[in-house]
Design a binder for this molecule. Structure first.
Ligand code: AKG
Ligand code: FE2
Length: 271
């Protein structure tokens, strides 16, 4: 909290998931055998996990498998929830789990997901996580490279005006600097995350990831008082498109909710 969340700095944690049952159980073969019928849509096309496992194992830089195959654990994959417990200490007061939190505030957002990928699987676009959420990604199987840019570097990212958290730079991994000259000024920070390690992606930090080999990761989102500012900003941004009046009401409601949750949190040990 003091060293990373408050200063909003990224970090790789090396021991947070050591008690998860997922280790030594989660392999591509385990999923192919037990859950071949789970589906995910990648670039508009639906795949079954059984067939995707073959694709991720066959993926090469010359012929990469589509990426990522991701599934919402809370909604579509509850069978494996028990493998990614216990939750981290820092997730205890995750406001996404508060009884005061309404899921309607963040339509379509998945806050706990499993990712599958193969060698040279690049995440499709540079982005920061919507609603200012902290992304806490644990590598369970295989190595993945994470590339991060400070929030101020948004000015080099050609953000989509309709969705300012998303960069419009196509094929950013081999960028066309004539088309995107500002992107040349961006200063990436990167590291490879190994199985057992967890990367903390702070609020508003632009990022992407590349699977270096067959990978399985678990991404958990965190909302606490410290990212309530960006959370409110994004919620209000989308509300304003529906109705400016509702957006103004939302500003006050979110301020009150921050205060209410803050008081509640003083008296509870976890949500
Ligand atoms: O693991 C990846 O490919 C990217 C994950 C990500 O961007 C996130 O969880 O916020
Ligand atoms: Fe992300």
């Amino acid at each position: 909290m003091n060293e990373y969340i408050i200063p909003n700095k990224p970090v790789i944690l090396t021991d947070q998931s050591k008690d998860w049952k997922a280790y030594n159980v989660f392999t591509p073969e385990f999923f192919k055998k037990n859950f071949p019928e789970k589906t995910a849509t990648i670039k508009g096309k639906e795949y079954k996990l059984g067939e995707y496992v073959d694709m991720m194992l066959a993926s090469t830089p010359e012929n990469p498998a589509p990426y990522p195959f991701k599934v919402d654990l809370d909604r579509k994959f509850t069978e494996i929830l028990e493998y990614v417990q216990p939750d981290f200490e820092v997730m205890r007061k995750n406001r996404l789990k508060s009884p005061m939190f309404r899921n309607g505030l963040i339509p379509q957002a998945s806050t706990l997901e499993i990712f599958f990928g193969g060698a040279a699987g690049w995440f499709p676009y540079l982005h920061y996580d919507l609603y200012g959420l902290y992304a806490i990604v644990t590598q369970v199987y295989g190595h993945k490279e994470f590339i991060l840019y400070k929030p101020e570097e948004g000015k080099y990212m050609y953000p989509d005006p309709e969705h300012p958290w998303k960069s419009t730079i196509e094929e950013y991994y081999k960028p066309n600097y004539e088309k995107y000259p500002l992107f040349k000024h961006a200063n990436p920070m990167s590291d490879v995350v190994a199985p057992g390690e967890t990367v903390f992606v702070p609020k508003g930090w632009w990022h992407t990831a590349r699977s270096m080999e067959p990978t399985i990761s678990i991404a958990k989102d965190l909302l606490v008082h410290q990212n309530w500012d960006l959370f409110s900003k994004d919620v209000v941004f989308y509300k304003r498109k529906q109705s400016p009046v509702k957006a103004n009401i939302m500003v006050g409601y979110l301020k009150a909710l921050d205060l209410g949750m803050g008081i509640h949190e003083k008296f509870i040990s976890k949500y």
